[in-house]
Design a protein around this ligand. Sequence first.
Ligand code: SF4
Length: 266
Amino acid sequence: MSNMFPAPVLERVRGVVAGDLVVELRGWRLELVGPRRGFMPTVSEVSSPCPSKRDVYLRRVRGLKPASDGVLLAGRVFHEAFLEPFRVVLRAGPSLERLAGAKARLLRGAPRELRSAASRVFDASSALAMAWGVGGARLPVAVEPEVPGGPVGLSDVVRPDLLVAGVPVDFVYGNGLERKELAVAAYAMAVEAASNNPVNYGVVVQYAGGRLLWRAVILDDRVRSRFLEARDAVARIVESGEDPGVAESCPDWCPWRGVCHAALRV
Ligand code: SF4
């Protein structure tokens, strides 16, 4: 494995993976991890922030749309701010000038109130992309690559934010580390099914407190089982068409609050 990840990530990974990581639920074990239902959810649906997955019910069964401003818009802006520097460096090499141009374009298209935070995410991500790109070596990095999801019961195509030397990396702005564990497990198992190569860990990058925090997720059978259970629970909701009900605790920022809490008759 390359040394592209920060030292604490590599230390944690080496400590566990070099030991006795025994995994049954590999992506190529289709008899164990293949689809169990007709409906195949997206990774976003499986790892959504709603504890009861009512968000999936509202969208897929009721055909409703969430409020598209607020947290969804912010998520899109910050997500692009994280990924765009990697696209630039992969395309044009480690060029400060091109990064500055890309940043200006991104911020011009972002709502005014998000620009300052988006600028900080872009800068932190640029520093990393530059560090990886120094020397002009061809980076073993793909930005939002398409990986077949069907073999592991997911939508036709799944797209991790980054694949770094075969390791899935997913970005989250603010909280959400726990649910992102499921996302990187899903991506890793899809990669395993496509490549027949084991993926023993994934990485969640969280932007919080003005910096990027890196967390290695060791992909043992516990987290893989959690992903499979969540996948099947979401598929069951959509196939049955039954309302799973409003969750006991809903994030303040959930874009569905206007539906779930303002009109419980929905
Ligand atoms: S408001 Fe609560 S129940 Fe409704 S989608 Fe959001 S988290 Fe789920």
